[in-house]
Design a protein around this ligand. Sequence first.
Ligand code: AMP
Length: 288
Amino acid sequence: MSQPLVLNTVADLRRRLTLWSGARETVALVPTMGALHAGHASLAKAARARADRCIVSIFVNPTQFAANEDFGSYPRSFASDLEQLGLEGVDAVFAPDATQMYPAGFATTISLKGPAEAGLEDKFRPTHFAGVATVVAKLLIQAMPDLAVFGEKDFQQLAVVRRLVRDLDLPVQIQGAPTLREADGLAMSSRNVYLSAEERRTAPLLHRVLSAMATQIASGASADEALAHGREEIEQGGFALDYLDLRDADSLGPVQAGRAARLLVAARIGRTRLIDNIAVSFDRGEET
Ligand code: AMP
């Protein structure tokens, strides 16, 4: 299995894209921050299944981290990321450095409303989505892919990106991909390496609580009661809860009768902040 081509500049990326578009090949992009795990690999698989060429970008985007967050210590493992992407048959890795993405004098950010103001992640990370939207818009414009794949793991991010692409008429299809989990239900995340052995044993509680709540609500239990009980269980389990809420799956606003709903959670354990979510179907029981 050959290693993907590594492209470090927008000029190199565009030269390669010109060759591919000349051969009438379609392109899928998977934006990541590296420290790849099987969840990222599943996004690359989904991308490869839908396009002739697959590019994975690896860029730890400074503008989506607040000053008190883990930008400096965010796990970085470029060599093993490349190896993993080679096994997935990824064609190219776009790995720009910060000056390539934010040259001196950079002065533009994207300002957001709608799903970016849902009162979920945005309430606890008020500058996060402006950074995400700016870097995603740049990556989409740099790579001009036919398709870009994003994980449902970051459910509010996926909603923000869908809205961004619609609002700015970016000619790209956004594909959501399901969350990959460890055997005990913990959603895979690059930040799981921060968990101590004891925290790692506690962490699957989040998915257990979400799954049980989704089943209860789907079979007619009061959402308010399920939420109150779920919040208590998470806090008693040793987490500091940022939010646990049931929202409309598209707008992330209040749930509406007859429409898809989503349970979303963010909670801190030790120095690690975990997020997760699950679909709630009112007529067919729980989904993942
Ligand atoms: P990140 O590197 O954390 O920025 O994530 C890059 C992409 O991978 C995002 O679209 C994430 O939603 C997605 N992703 C992260 N974790 C998972 C997972 N466990 N399963 C599926 N996709 C994921």
